[in-house]
Design a protein around this ligand. Structure first.
Ligand SMILES: Nc1ncnc2c1ncn2[C@@H]1O[C@H](COP(=O)(O)OP(=O)(O)OP(=O)(O)O)[C@@H](O)[C@H]1O
Ligand SMILES: [Mg+2]
Length: 261
């Protein structure tokens, strides 16, 4: 089922046009990677989809219906955003459990205190955080834990789509893979569609079903991840792929036929 379509969308800030003629389609449960160099307009597209800025032209549809710039409450809940730096988007004065609980109550999922606490605990479990994190404030957590909290908060409204803007680029490499794995698990367990905005072709390779390549505000190529990575047709995509630093294969340990560690 098609969840979201963008049809000839233009967008920008204060009358300036940053992206133009954007055509995109996203199916339920699909992971689409939006790639392109810095300043090409990736975040701008994410903001339009999330309803944070209004398109200047074009149409957006959500589950087959016109998606207005001013979202209905259910549409706001159905499309959630996870940003690069959760520190900026998490209230420093609120405990994690308090924030999750408020969302659960506001969306009518829980009413009684004990139910709210249990549901918040389930959200933390879903993002593989220990229950004690409920009592913590953002400053008391590591970067990876904060990003998990931001994901739990996004999940609290049971969205069908999460727009994840560079969700791993502020994190230590050792944590990046775990966060990517978490996104993959959300999709397979909950059927959440994900639009992942990234510079990192490793993210593309490991997570996404399809890729759209943005250059200077226009989509120059889109297709399945396998197709784009192995047979990029646009010269810009080829340059983008060629610019990725690849780690050399690990040397084989003598006699074992396996890589040494
Ligand atoms: N709030 C804003 N007001 C005015 N111009 C903006 C604003 N945000 C972004 N821009 C401009 O829009 C263009 C695209 O920015 P955008 O943030 O969408 O790029 P991006 O592809 O996400 O880049 P990066 O990879 O660096 O995050 C840039 O030229 C930027 O200067
Ligand atoms: Mg950006």
């Amino acid at each position: 089922m098609t969840l979201l379509t963008l049809d000839g969308v233009d967008a920008g800030y204060d009358g300036t046009r940053v992206v133009s003629g954007i055509d995109l389609a996203l199916d339920a449960g699909e992971i689409l990677a939006l790639v392109g160099e810095s300043g090409s307009g990736k975040t701008t597209i994410g903001r339009v989809i999330a309803g944070l800025i209004a398109p200047q032209a074009g149409r957006m549809r959500w589950r087959g219906q016109e998606l207005p710039a001013r979202r209905q409450r259910t549409q706001r809940r159905d499309i959630q955003v996870v940003f690069q730096d959760p520190y900026l988007s998490l209230n420093p004065y609120r405990s994690v459990g308090g924030v999750l609980g408020e969302l659960l109550r506001a969306t009518g999922q829980t009413a009684r205190r004990a139910d709210t606490r249990r549901a918040a605990g389930e959200l933390l479990e879903r993002v593989a955080l220990p229950a004690e994190v409920a009592a913590a404030r953002p400053a008391q957590l590591s970067g990876g834990q904060r990003q998990r909290v931001a994901i739990a908060r996004a999940l609290a409204t049971r969205p069908s789509l999460i727009v994840a803007d560079e969700p791993t680029s502020a994190l230590d490499v050792s944590v990046q893979a775990a966060i990517l794995e978490l996104f993959g698990r959300l999709r397979s367990d909950l059927g959440t569609a994900i639009l992942v905005i990234t510079h990192d072709l490793g993210v593309v390779e490991h997570l996404s079903d399809r890729v759209a390549v943005l250059q200077a505000g226009e989509i120059v190529e889109q297709g399945s991840t396998g197709q784009i990575l192995s047979h990029p047709s646009h010269p810009y995509t080829r340059r983008l792929l060629a610019a990725v630093p690849r780690l050399p294969d690990p040397p084989e340990a003598p006699g074992t036929g396996r890589p040494s560690s």
